[in-house]
Design a protein. Structure first.
Length: 366
């Protein structure tokens, strides 16, 4: 009897799951149908305005008023966004002008969605980040409103608001937005911050200057993202990076970032300290030795080759790999390291031979 009862229960559960899937699919199809219907309606109205622009006329005020009303609802905003993305390529110049003329609506909507719940505000911020990707769409009046979006305790909203500011913000506003986002309530990976800064469409020299002025107001996490950004954008901060590299009280990751910078932009005073990092036998400092070994690929001299050859004997695999890679970059060949290849240190020999063979294979592929 118990077995039969369990079978009935199992059958009921399976039947309920089937019913749920059927109902869910019907609702999903219904939602997609409604979205398509909205898109068609919006497309017809936008096309009418595009025709007016083609004839040298302006977007109708009644259209702007309707957008203010309709786009206050998230479903209509999503449909509007979809139509803009799909049709933009058909006639970029006219759609750019259309977007230019509806800017008052966008500014109005920014204030409306600022007071909505986080997911809706986040979607509007996403829409805005796409909308402002065109440099001609800058709107200074939006910057202060977007700072309010950055303050929201929601990753989706905060990230998209920052993306929009990277396209339309002044250096001062972007630097302030990062300070606000650095409150610790929402975690933004440093790579996301660095990639966002790299998408900045304004004067990056001015942006770096502002970021550096505020550097002490950021957490080490955000400072690291900024240092990485500077490494990709400017070689004008060698002295400052050298000072960070030499500061034993500084955060470890910041010092490592500074070492990488001195590798990309060789700096004469950094030559000796980089050698010292590589030659340090303290096993707990293997990260410094590894990054310094990689950075020495940008320097020359017998001392560099000697230090890198010695690093091939390190007990740490990463140090050995970085040393072998730098020796290869410096075009050190088999004859120059015969003491390694013929020596008794199997790990050093295998690592260097591995890099040599890799270089040969790469040359054959080319």
């Amino acid at each position: 009897m118990k077995v039969e009862f369990m079978i009935y229960i199992y059958g009921a559960v399976c039947a309920s799951m089937i019913v749920f899937n059927i109902v869910y699919n019907l609702l999903l199809k219904g939602s997609e149908f409604r979205m398509q219907k909205r898109c068609l309606k919006i497309k017809r109205k936008i096309d009418a305005q595009i025709s007016r622009l083609a004839a040298g006329k302006k977007v109708e005020e009644s259209h702007l008023e309707e957008l203010r009303h309709k786009l206050s609802h998230i479903n209509h905003l999503m449909a509007f966004h979809q139509v803009l993305q799909e049709d933009m390529e058909q006639n970029p110049a006219l759609y750019r002008e259309y977007r230019h003329q509806i800017r008052p609506v966008v500014i109005y909507m920014a204030a409306v969605y600022r007071d909505k719940e986080n997911m809706q505000a986040g979607y509007f911020a996403y829409f805005l980040s796409c909308y402002t990707a065109d440099k001609q769409m800058t709107m200074d009046s939006l910057q202060d409103i977007l700072l309010d979006y950055v303050q929201k305790n929601n990753l989706y909203c905060r990230f998209n608001a920052l993306q929009a500011l990277y396209h339309l913000g002044t250096p001062e506003i972007v630097a302030e937005a990062l300070r606000i986002a650095d409150d610790g309530s929402v975690f933004l990976h440093e790579k996301l911050i660095t990639e966002g800064l790299l998408s900045y469409t304004g004067d990056y020299h001015a942006l770096i200057e502002q970021l550096w002025k505020k550097m002490t107001r950021y957490s080490p996490h955000t400072q690291l993202a900024i240092l990485n950004y500077i490494r990709f954008r400017s070689g004008d901060y060698q002295r400052e990076m050298y000072e960070i590299m030499m500061d034993k009280k500084a955060d470890k990751e910041l010092r490592l970032a500074a070492i990488r910078y001195c590798g990309k932009y060789p700096y004469e005073p950094a030559y000796g300290p980089l050698l010292a990092f590589v030659e340090d036998k303290d096993a707990t400092k293997w990260e410094f030795a590894t990054v310094a070994a990689s950075s020495l690929a940008s320097y020359e001299g017998k001392a560099v080759v000697g230090a890198l050859k010695e690093a091939l004997h390190s007990s740490n695999w990463y140090v050995r790999y970085a040393a072998a890679q730098s020796l290869e970059h410096l075009h050190v060949n088999y004859d120059d390291v015969v003491d390694i290849t013929a020596g008794s240190d199997r790990y050093a020999r295998e690592m260097f031979m591995y890099r040599l063979e890799s270089r040969k294979l790469q040359s054959l592929e080319v």
